[in-house]
Design a protein. Sequence first.
Length: 277
Amino acid sequence: MREIHLNGYIDDEEWFGDEITPESLHGLLYPEGADAQEDLRIVLNSYGGSCNAAVRMFDDLRAYPANVHIIVSGTAASAATVLATAADRLEMTQGSLWMIHDPSVAAWGDERDLTEAIRLLRACKESILNVYGRRCHKPREEIGAMMRDRTWMDASAALQDGFIDGIVDMGSGVVNAAFCHETNLAEAKEKVAAWLERSRPKCLRAVARQKDTSEPEEPAAEQPEATKPQPEPIVAKEAPQQAAPEREVPPEPQPVKPGVPAVQLMKRLELITPSRR
């Protein structure tokens, strides 16, 4: 069985160098030269992050051709629980924590824009409930209420509520103790809040882009008559005069060379021609 370790916030792209992204996970699932048919164990410690990225990772893990065994060592909070639920078998170490809550979003605009943002939030929550529902057999309304209340659970409560399949004994040797993460509730809450703070600049940039595309451009203020620039008078330009074509000069008549008068020619012919007798 091949083992990989995921430790960090979940995001669509790297910002601080400690994120788990869909691309980085895919590279770990299918490294060059590795056997994709080999069972996989993932040791997970994450305080959440982007729900969109977590759903992409969920799909990638579900498509893995062999069995995926995920062990939460430390914390699986927020979006990390979506990723973890993709496992064929999901367990937690005894000292680990599990937290689910409602998704959140940054929005900007008028009433229609904010209404659309709320609709998207509700759709996002429904998709998360679908993910939880494949493992946890609590009523959908009860899971939704737990998300709304931001519910923290230890391993025993997560197992009792059906989010995980078992609890791993640290002394069993299943998990390398060197890669295990000890945590407590206060520290975990601080880490979740830290994600919101570090992602704030990115959210503000997204809001600014949304603002730029949602606000119509204001028409330019009309200038007073006195200050309006007057159009330049149009001056008709004279067409350039074309040079008159040169007149063809007829060739001068060539002088006719003087010839021999006809009368003289006849007389000469009479002298030359012999007379007939």
